[in-house]
Design a protein around this ligand. Structure first.
Ligand code: ADP
Ligand code: MG
Length: 339
């Protein structure tokens, strides 16, 4: 069968559809994934989240056929993954393994170059691409000649992300890609990745067990429990309106505060600064959560809002912020700022 990798006819992104997907491992009574149905529109980041063992990794591995489905179907741009020749299928899908899975006996350059080599790229092109990707994920160029064992877990995960992006696949499956990285570096990598995603649209299924990471990374978030999909919504909907007690406890008792992170002061109508220009000031780029936090720390009910160079833009009062998350809050549908 000669065919193109999935997604290659779209604008470098492919729609993924899970249609009643079930996976039962041999010798297991309980299905690891059961009747899973959801869609990821082309170019979106869909986060899969849920407790350990709920079937996230299994769901990912079914997409590029690392394991076979027991029932249902997964389609990419309308075509079943089973209708693709498996190497072609995987060429269009970058995969970041939960357990990293670098080849220990190969240099970083050869790890990143493993798929390009299969495609017949020459050494020079592979080296240039590997160097470019290393910079992108924040590793030194001299890492190219080193072996995975010489790197920390977090650095190895960066190499894993670089490897998955090597041939610029339209689809990426990322299984807890930033899991072994310290919080500060993780925050940077998340930001880098989101920035990159704005430029190069890919369809991404991103697995995490960290609700804060899910809220930050996902256009939409799918919460799983014991092989089933419990709720799939935008972060705002999930935080505002969890479908049951499981989801509510999973997103956390502070879901109101988490929701405030979805907006910045740009989203709030400011009041005129007036003459009482003293008092603490906050940048208009701050999240509503940070602004509220500053009010509480400073023991004030309002803040002066300034733009990047510190010039005053107006004032924000606490009620303008808390109004966003109360019952019938003023957070209007569809204006959620995706980080
Ligand atoms: P998650 O990634 O959400 O932690 P997994 O998809 O790894 O969950 O596992 C889902 C369920 O399937 C678990 O009960 C796990 O024990 C089981 N499982 C995973 N891999 C295998 C396997 N190769 N053989 C049998 N059972 C498995
Ligand atoms: Mg897993």
């Amino acid at each position: 069968m000669t065919d193109a990798p999935p997604g290659s006819n779209a604008s470098n992104a492919g729609e993924i559809v899970f249609d009643g997907v079930t996976k039962t491992y041999p010798g297991r009574e309980q299905a690891a994934v059961q009747e899973l149905s959801f869609e990821v529109p082309a170019g979106e980041i869909c986060v899969l989240i849920g407790p350990s063992g709920c079937g996230k990794t299994t769901a990912l591995k079914l997409v590029n056929r690392l394991i076979p489905m027991s029932g249902g179907d997964i389609r990419i741009d309308g075509r079943s993954v089973n209708d693709h020749e498996v190497t072609e299928l995987r060429r269009g899908i970058g995969y970041v393994f939960q357990e990293i899975g670098l080849f220990p006996h190969m240099t970083v350059e050869d790890n990143i170059g493993s798929v390009p080599r299969l495609l017949g790229w020459d050494k020079k092109r592979i080296r240039a691409r590997a160097a470019e990707l290393l910079e992108l994920v924040g590793l030194d160029a001299d890492s190219l000649r080193r072996y995975p064992g010489e790197f920390s877990g977090g650095q190895q995960q960066r190499v894993g992300v670089a490897r998955a992006m090597a041939v610029d696949p339209p689809i990426m499956l990322m299984d807890e890609p930033f899991g072994a990285i310290d919080p500060i570096t993780r925050d940077r990598l998340q930001n880098d990745f989101l920035r990159l995603h704005k430029e190069i649209k890919k369809t991404i299924i991103f697995v995490t067990h960290d609700i804060d990471e899910a809220i930050k990374m996902g256009n939409r978030i799918a919460i799983m429990r014991a092989g089933h999909l419990v709720q799939l919504d935008t972060a705002d909907k999930l935080l505002a309106d969890p479908s049951d007690d499981f989801v509510a406890s999973f997103v956390g008792a502070d879901r109101g505060l988490k929701r405030l992170r979805l907006w910045t002061l740009h989203d709030v109508e400011l009041e005129p600064a007036g003459d009482g220009a003293g008092g603490p000031a906050v940048s208009i780029d701050s999240s509503l959560r940070d602004a509220l936090s500053m009010m509480l720390t400073e023991g004030v009910g309002e803040l002066n809002v300034t733009n990047g160079d510190g010039s005053p833009l107006g004032k924000v009062r606490m009620e303008a912020i808390t109004g966003y998350v109360g019952p019938g809050g003023s957070a209007s549908e569809g204006q959620v700022a995706q980080a």
